[in-house]
Design a protein around this ligand. Sequence first.
Ligand code: GDP
Length: 357
Amino acid sequence: MRNPFEKMPTVLTADEIIDKAFRRAEKAASALTPKGGPRAKARQREELRIRTISNVIRDNLKKLLDRTPGVSELPPFYRELVDTLVDRDQFHRSLAHVNWAIKTIRNLEQRYAEKIRYSRDPDEMSRLRRQFYGRVADVIRDIADDLEYLNQARNVLKDLPVVDLNLPTVVIAGHPNVGKSTLLRVLTNARPEVASYPFTTKGINVGQFEEHYLKYQVIDTPGLLDRPLSERNEVERQAILALKHLGKVIVYIFDPSEYCGYPIEEQTHLFEEIYAEFGEFPFIVVLNKVDIADEEKIKTVENFVRSKGLEPLRISALNGEGLDELKRRVIELVKPMVEEQARKIMEKELRKYRDEL
Ligand code: GDP
């Protein structure tokens, strides 16, 4: 899936829209070669101005509405992220106001075009056209705040992460420097893409691997699942919780070598927090850097992990030790979910097929 707000256009300010429409109307009027007597000529010119203004403004605003998805229609992952970035009610209210402006301008256009058509006096036609200009400008100024709000919203929403919501996804967690991004690189055999993500300056790293014709997505979340949740503010927490809609399995990394700079007690503390928060997910716990870690420290971490009812796995992202087993465990956990999803898709297709018969 792409970022749902990718196509949202830059939103012009009220003044910019008015200027643009009025300039276009003048250009259209001066390019016109009207036919008939002075009255017919004036009528054609004024009507063209009115139609042009209305068209330019309505096209512009319609494009904005057409290319902006409603927050409530989004998949839960995006919905939750959007809620951390913009006020959903205000966002929808502003879109509704834009819709109101489109309709109002359309009505004004019809009313004034008709008045001009029935008028017999060129001066009056020009007076009516100016009146129309004034009313349209009022309508656009009425939604000036909404336009501004939508543009601000666009500037943050266009940076939402691009992730494939249909792929079973493994989320990697653990303190900084325990080897998360190294693991992602060796697991996915590809240069991971960096997708922006709210409230992290580094974005998230997204990679994929394929096994038996099924694709899996792996996500490393620098700055998100690498320090205690209790230290986060409300909005950051929500950005972290949005990951729940994405991840199917959590791979938690310990660094028993402590070269990462976090003593084992701190690492177990972070694990406890994340395990409590994401408890409904299957966890795979790995001990990385076993190539340089003390056996004693490895054992300490292993005992801790076993006390949680989990079976730890020793790996080295650097020399490849344990990685095949890690993949095997990931697939073992995720495969039933993928198959379940495939079954649902097939049933849906079958139903469609039967309905067509
Ligand atoms: P992240 O911050 O969790 O993404 O950690 P990085 O992947 O950037 O790794 C931090 C450092 O640990 C880097 O210098 C890696 O080369 C090193 N590293 C990662 N995995 C291993 C490993 O299995 N063994 C050893 N010796 N070093 C590792």
